[in-house]
Design a protein around this ligand. Structure first.
Ligand code: CAA
Length: 257
């Protein structure tokens, strides 16, 4: 499959998607988003792929939606266009997504990182929702995921002022998992990815689904959902292997079944 705006690779059980429009700081135009969705389709269908790392380059993870595509767009065009489906596709990706963020991570770029499950940031990373400066507001989850990550008041400040925050600030506010020197960014992301990829893949997917459910359901519903997924995991061969390996004092070998 040929892509123009992203680069993909698979190494063992870990796939990488690299946003690759460096001249425009990886601005997320429609084609880039389509390619990203196609890559996710492919990695979802590939049982060898267990975890996906999403990254950009040193200067930018992504500086947001491609502003050039906004001129002249009407409300109906915006509502009925393909944007919603693309973001929904990312949200529904069932395997863990790790964002490795260096440089600008703004607007749709920040929303893309927040749609991932874990965010590793380089010391150079800058996060922000600057849409207010364009006379619009975040439109790909920023007003919903940012308050869940950093709390209402901090999210309000970022969204209403459009100011960027540093990687360190993002860490202190709970937006990112860790901050590392730029040269260690991918190593850190891959270490996490490989560790997760060594676990039982079905249990990993169920656990991701259960954690995501906690963000949009009342506790009682979430607990019920968790109980059902927990029971489901008892139908896997990997559960038998994991329990047997523990009892036999050896490392489990998971098959993803
Ligand atoms: N869309 C299109 N092009 C972009 C872009 C974007 N979001 N961000 C940067 N670029 C382009 C610039 O136009 C410039 O292109 P030229 O060289 O052809 O002029 C190139 O990338 C480099 O950018 P700058 O020269 O501006 O670089 P800088 O270092 O001076 O500034 C920046 C970097 C602060 C990130 C600045 O580029 C900027 O403010 N970008 C826009 C950020 C933004 O507003 N993002 C939100 C977009 S809306 C959105 O994302 C909606 C949503 O919720 C989905």
């Amino acid at each position: 499959m040929e892509f123009q705006n992203i680069l993909i690779q698979v190494d063992g059980h870990v796939a990488t998607i690299r946003l690759n429009r460096p001249k425009v700081l990886n601005a997320l135009n429609g084609q880039t988003m389509d390619e990203l969705c196609q890559a996710l389709d492919r990695f979802e269908a590939d049982p060898e792929v267990r975890v996906v790392v999403l990254t950009g380059d040193d200067r930018a993870f992504a500086a947001g939606a491609d502003i050039g595509e906004f001129a002249g767009v009407t409300p109906v065009g915006m509502l009925e266009g393909p944007r919603g489906k693309r973001w929904e596709r990312i949200r529904a990706f069932p395997k863990p997504l790790i964002a490795a963020v260096s440089g600008y991570c703004l607007g749709g770029g920040c929303e893309l990182a927040m749609a991932c499950d874990i965010i590793v940031a380089s010391e150079t990373a800058r996060f922000g929702q600057p849409e207010i400066n364009l006379g619009i507001l975040p439109g790909a989850g920023g007003t919903q995921r940012l308050p869940r990550a950093v709390g209402k008041h901090r999210a309000m400040e970022m969204i209403l002022t459009g100011r960027h925050i540093t990687a360190q600030q993002a860490y202190e506010w709970g937006l990112v998992n860790r901050v590392v020197p730029p040269e260690a960014l991918l190593d850190e992301a891959y270490t996490l990815a490989r560790e997760i990829a060594s676990k039982a893949p079905v249990a990993v997917r169920l656990a991701k689904a259960a954690v995501l459910k906690s963000l949009d359901t009342p506790l009682e519903v979430g607990l019920d959902y968790e109980r059902r997924l927990f029971a489901l995991a008892f139908g896997t061969e990997d559960k038998e292997e994991g329990v047997r390996a523990f009892l036999e004092k050896r490392k489990p070998v998971f098959q993803g079944r």
